[in-house]
Design a protein around this ligand. Structure first.
Ligand code: ADP
Ligand code: MG
Length: 338
């Protein structure tokens, strides 16, 4: 008698969903990343009841063609890569083709999309399958409506924190994405209440002010430098403006928000003794590098990456921060002596 059997599509999608969709903020991250990949310039995000009742993400991007719609909800179906070579040269935020299928495995999904035709299409997705599809009035772009998140995975529901904490995490995710893309306009709503908005005019400093407030942005100065392999730029806070945790250090690699302890250590080393113990700066660090030198395919959420030449990058960051702060000190001392 055999004991091994293949899991049903539904069960294997639910297992995969567990890795990608941990909480309401993961839904927002995945849907907004899709909007960015679809070249949207305006992205609206609305949630209710901490994201559990509903999350709606609307974009003015390229839309999904009617014929592609059912594939979009299939796991490992993507328009973003084709070959193994592509996998080592990732230029989009998505590429694993598992966000929509994962979201649909743990919630009720409706999608309205239009690629620029006179009419768009509207579809309901249940357990990963398109259940109904009909023409609908819609502008070019896509709207994904995710309802009753985790309704069929009670263990996941129980693991969630208070609504307040989940809302804070959603705000964090939108802030990270908005900081990464000053050229795009983001709006975040809790029900009808607007929580944040960026203008999308491309000005990073203004963007930082919109997200963190002017008090913080006024204490930040620009930096930029490059070597053979890397180009870095962004804003760093003066040593007098610090925070009690690292959450205000944003590291963006080729437009992707990443978590990298080593790189944030080089930022802190760049401040040297200027930072008090237990205090951390506010930083937006943009790193541009050849996509060939970074492996994004480390973890389903893609926040962890493997870098070639990490040591050189760390050195460049530390030195640039040191020099930028030293130069600013000189200017400051000069002004003080006037
Ligand atoms: P991935 O982003 O890794 O390709 P997803 O499951 O997130 O996988 O999306 C599957 C496909 O659906 C994408 O490759 C894309 O072609 C399409 N898609 C998803 N969201 C959007 C959107 N907002 N606008 C246009 N196309 C989209
Ligand atoms: Mg995606």
């Amino acid at each position: 008698m055999t004991q091994i059997r293949e899991l049903s599509q539904r069960l294997s999608d639910q297992i995969a969903a567990g890795e990608v969709i941990e909480r309401p903020s993961s839904v927002i991250k995945e849907l907004v990343e899709n909007a960015i990949d679809a070249k949207a310039t305006e992205i609206d995000i609305t949630f209710s009841e901490g994201g559990l009742k509903q999350i709606v993400v609307s974009d003015n991007g390229l839309g999904i063609a009617a014929d592609d719609l059912s594939l979009a909800f299939k796991r490992h179906a993507t328009s973003k890569i084709t070959t193994t070579d592509d996998l080592f040269n990732i230029l989009t935020l998505g590429f694993r083709g598992e966000a929509l299928s994962s979201i649909a495995a743990v919630s009720k999904v409706e999608i309205v999309t239009n690629t620029g035709e006179t009419k768009g299409i509207k579809a309901k997705v249940q357990e990963g399958m398109i259940k109904s599809q009909e023409p609908a009035a819609a502008k070019r772009g896509t709207q994904v409506i995710v309802s009753d998140l985790f309704f069929n995975t009670p263990a996941r529901l129980k693991y969630l924190k208070s609504q307040k904490t989940e809302i804070a995490k959603m705000i964090d995710v939108v802030n990270q994405l908005a900081l990464s893309y000053p050229d795009l306009s983001f709006r975040l709503f809790n029900g009808s209440k607007r929580l944040s908005q960026t203008t999308g005019d491309g000005d990073l400093k203004k963007n930082i002010a919109n997200i963190y407030g002017r008090q913080i942005s006024q204490k930040m100065i620009p930096f930029s430098s490059e070597n053979m392999d890397f180009e870095i730029s962004g804003y760093l806070s003066l040593p007098e403006m610090t925070r009690s945790n690292r959450n205000y250090i944003s590291i963006l690699l080729n437009g992707r928000f990443i978590k990298n302890y080593q790189l944030s250590r080089s930022i802190i080393s760049g401040y040297g003794s200027k930072l008090m113990v237990g205090r951390f700066p506010v930083v937006v660090l943009n790193i541009k590098m050849d996509a060939n030198l970074v492996d994004v395919n480390v973890h389903p959420t893609k926040q962890e990456v493997r870098l070639s030449k990490e040591a050189q990058l760390k050195e460049l960051i530390e030195q640039t921060f040191k020099q930028t702060l030293a130069k600013n000190n000189l200017v400051q001392d000069g002004l003080d002596n006037l």
